[in-house]
Design a protein around this ligand. Structure first.
Ligand SMILES: O=P(O)(O)OC[C@H]1O[C@H](O[C@H]2O[C@H](CO)[C@@H](O)[C@H](O)[C@H]2O)[C@H](O)[C@@H](O)[C@@H]1O
Ligand SMILES: O=c1ccn([C@@H]2O[C@H](COP(=O)(O)OP(=O)(O)O)[C@@H](O)[C@H]2O)c(=O)[nH]1
Length: 724
């Protein structure tokens, strides 16, 4: 039976050692609490770290058995690994960078090496248990390399990846020395999910700017596969929190707290200790509230739960000291015999006590500087059976994209936050209920179960999409078949595109000169009297002549405008005009001046706007604009607009690589054809070939007319070598 293997750094159960006994208890943190409700279904299993350093093999065995009985498989980490991988790379490099706190980020090579090694450790653990039909669902920033590692070991397996923290602007990602490896690691997945569309947009932009990979509607083309990218705002187990809040135990705790607090009204804040959560700023805002509105003294208290977290990381330890200091100062200044302004707890609470806190609070303060989602906000909403209560929510929490009925604030604006607290305390009940009802409907419907289903459905869709889009890979057996047919044939035609096929791309096209090996390969292939080798390119004839003209090969240049048979003169495909250039060139010049890095190539019978060196997003936008502008001008003329790989070309209509290549097929009457190309313009060649021809697309091949695809220029070289 197929099942889902959830993989995250932390398991939903953590194990504590007190003297000689081990205690198993629920982990804190949104990932563990959120997914805690789903992993036990359908034979699923959760792979992760149990938070314990085992001291003997027997202990390891015992822990493994206990966890296995509850559908978990532990990955044990050593103290050194936790230091370098968890506290180091995960929480001192990635966490601050992804939350826009680069001033706290460190860049240690040894931490990176530990990160790679621990991701490999997780990879081994997953591979040991994953069957061919299992779905692997990798979670979060601690395991960014894992999808690609798994993909290398199991090319066909189904892998989903979800990032629980923000994905920041490309400007922050580019600071990381290991940025490309991290992005490549994520791209091993079939589906990559984020909490919000904003994070998804940043990711696609980073992938485009740093790896040069394009996407359309969240569909990303890597050299080998189509990867889907989408936004899935995570929900909570609504009923669990609603039921906990209605439980006898929660009511009893609430009664206790009420008795102790007497008539004091309650503002609540609950977070892990983290500088991203805006705890210090929130305390200052509470102080501003007491200064601006002295009438709240003795009438309102802040109950603040801070759950210990990552306290071995220096920034967390100093934040703890800062919070202690601010709480001490405010309490010392405002406290009376009858009233404590801030009730501060530095520990975690069991579910029923948390539920009682959610119940008793009239206002919840969720005011992070940055937060992937924030589940506390949603748990507060689920706990409010009587719909009274106000949520104050930071605009920089992922949850703010959904919970627009909260009072949305900028967490750095302490004045605004203090006013929001006042507004919340005086908000009429009717308005509270209206806002709360709307948020409850949303949080109840988009819960963690619907979130999981949506993700899993989309992951299946990603797999189907890959199958329908992909052309067949030119694997060992099809290559053997190709070579066998080639060897048996008498009249072979080899149509080879140049850029992206024979040669790799260079940001300066004039630098993509042929290397010695390519020249030798073409020479030797063309020397065989049974072969006709044609380089079929969009390049101008002068460049092709200079680079390859001494070889005994044929040429189709400028996408079919100029033709040359080996040893003969260049001829035009048909009579052409180029008087149109005077009108079109100024338009292209306008786009060059508006798009830094782009330039014009003036060929004999065409004009080309190149944008490979320009900013990816800006030039993609300009390219759309230019195509529609040129297409409008070209209508009712004999001109055509062609889109290639980061180029837009305008030229005489009716001529393309396909029409030119057909002339070779008709004249030469080959009994074997191989046509290789990487570009939109090579599709014309593929489309013009008879069905038995070996048409090969270089790179991933959504909607290609080619029968096969290979990954890149290295594979092309290998294939040509095999033909010799
Ligand atoms: O495992 P820890 O180092 O103790 O940290 C706890 C978790 O913190 C982060 O939670 C995130 O996930 C939540 C659910 O999606 C989300 O609401 C929150 O905004 C995130 O910060 C972290 O991403 C997890 O990996 C940690 O386990
Ligand atoms: O004493 C506590 C306080 C909080 N939490 C839980 O910790 C999670 C915090 O998740 P959130 O998404 O708000 O932030 P994260 O800590 O993951 O960054 C929530 O589910 C809380 O219920 C907990 O288990 N024990």
């Amino acid at each position: 039976m197929s099942r889902t293997i959830i993989v995250s750094n932390r398991l939903p159960t953590k194990i504590l050692r007190t003297e000689n006994t081990l205690t198993f208890q629920p982990s804190e943190g949104g990932l563990a609490t959120g997914l805690g409700s789903i992993y036990r279904q359908d034979g699923n299993v959760w792979v992760g770290w149990p938070g314990l350093f085992v001291e003997s093999e027997e202990e390891e065995q015992h822990v493994r058995q206990e966890l296995e009985a509850d559908s978990m498989a532990p990955v044990f980490l050593t103290e050194a690994e936790i230091h370098d991988f968890y506290e180091g790379f995960s929480n001192s490099t990635l966490w601050p960078t992804f939350h826009y706190f680069t001033q706290f980020a460190t860049y240690e090579q040894s931490h990176w090496e530990a990160y790679v090694a621990v991701n490999e450790k997780f990879c081994q653990a997953v591979l040991e248990m994953a069957g061919p039909d299992d779905t692997i669902w990798v979670h979060d920033y601690q395991l960014l390399l894992l999808p690609e590692m798994l993909r290398r070991a199991r090319p066909d397996c189904t892998i989903g990846f979800f990032l629980h923290i923000p994905f920041p602007s490309h400007e922050l990602i580019r600071v990381l020395p290991w940025r490309n490896e991290l992005l490549q690691g994520m791209l091993g997945a079939d589906l990559i999910g984020f909490h919000t569309y904003g994070y998804m947009r940043h990711f696609l932009s980073a992938v485009s700017q740093l790896l040069g990979l394009n996407s359309q509607n969240g569909q990303l083309q890597t050299p080998t596969r189509t990867v889907l990218v989408d936004a899935f705002p995570m929900g909570i187990d609504y009923d669990r929190y609603a039921q906990a809040a209605a439980s006898e135990a929660a009511l009893a705790h609430e009664a206790e707290y009420r008795e102790a607090l007497r008539t004091t009204r309650v503002i609540l804040s609950i977070d892990r200790l983290d500088y991203t959560k805006g705890i210090a700023q929130r305390l200052r805002a509470f102080e501003v509230l007491l200064q601006r509105y002295p009438e709240w003294a003795e009438r309102v208290s802040l109950i603040m739960v801070v759950v210990p977290s990552r306290d071995q990381v220096a920034q967390y330890a100093s934040l703890k000291e800062e919070i202690d200091e601010i709480v001490g100062r405010i309490n010392a200044q405002y406290r009376t015999i009858y009233w404590t302004p801030i009730h501060y707890f530095y520990r975690s609470f069991p579910l029923e006590e948390l539920a009682a806190l959610y119940r008793i609070a009239e206002v919840a303060l969720v005011t992070p500087m940055r937060d992937g989602m924030n589940l506390v906000a949603k748990e507060f909403i689920a706990s409010k059976a009587d719909q009274r209560g106000v949520l104050i929510l930071s605009e920089r929490a992922g949850a703010a994209r959904e919970l627009s009925d909260a009072l949305i604030i900028n967490p750095t604006d302490t004045g605004q936050l203090a006013e929001a607290m006042h507004d919340a305390l005086v908000m009429p009940e009717e308005e509270q209920m209206q806002r709360m009802a709307a948020m409850q409907a949303l949080v109840q419907q988009y819960n963690v179960f619907s979130w999981t289903k949506l993700f899993m459905d989309r992951l299946s869709y990603a797999k189907i999409k890959q199958l329908t889009l992909a052309t067949e890979t030119l694997d060992t057996s099809t290559t053997t078949q190709l070579v066998t047919e080639y060897q048996a044939a008498e009249r072979r035609l080899l149509l080879l595109d140049y850029d992206g096929t024979l040669a790799g791309f260079n940001t300066n096209p004039q630098r993509a000169r042929p290397d010695e090996e390519m020249l030798l390969l073409l020479q030797r292939l063309a020397e065989n009297p049974r072969n006709r080798v044609v380089v079929i390119s969009g390049r101008d004839r002068t460049t092709l002549q200079n680079w390859l003209g001494h070889l005994p090969i044929d040429f189709i240049a400028e996408h079919g405008v100029w033709l040359r048979r080996a040893g003969e003169e260049w001829t035009l495909f048909q009579t052409l005009r180029n008087d149109w250039k005077t009108e079109i060139r100024p338009i292209l010049e306008l786009y060059v001046s508006r798009t830094a890095g782009s330039f014009i190539e003036d060929k004999e019978y065409s004009l080309v706007w190149h944008y490979r060196r320009a900013d990816a997003e800006l030039s993609a936008m300009r390219a759309r604009e230019l195509v529609s502008h040129l297409t409008f001008l070209a209508s009712n003329t004999d001109l055509q607009v062609m889109e290639g790989n980061k180029v837009i070309e305008i030229k005489n209509a009716g001529i393309n690589k396909g029409t030119a290549a057909s002339r070779w097929v008709a004249e030469y009457e080959p009994d074997f054809i191989v046509a290789i190309g990487d570009d939109r313009t090579d599709e014309d060649t593929f489309g013009a070939m008879p069905p038995e021809a070996y048409t090969i697309k270089v790179g991933s091949a959504p909607r290609s007319l080619a029968r096969f695809h290979v990954r890149g220029t290295t594979d092309v070289r290998q294939l040509l070598r095999k033909l010799l």
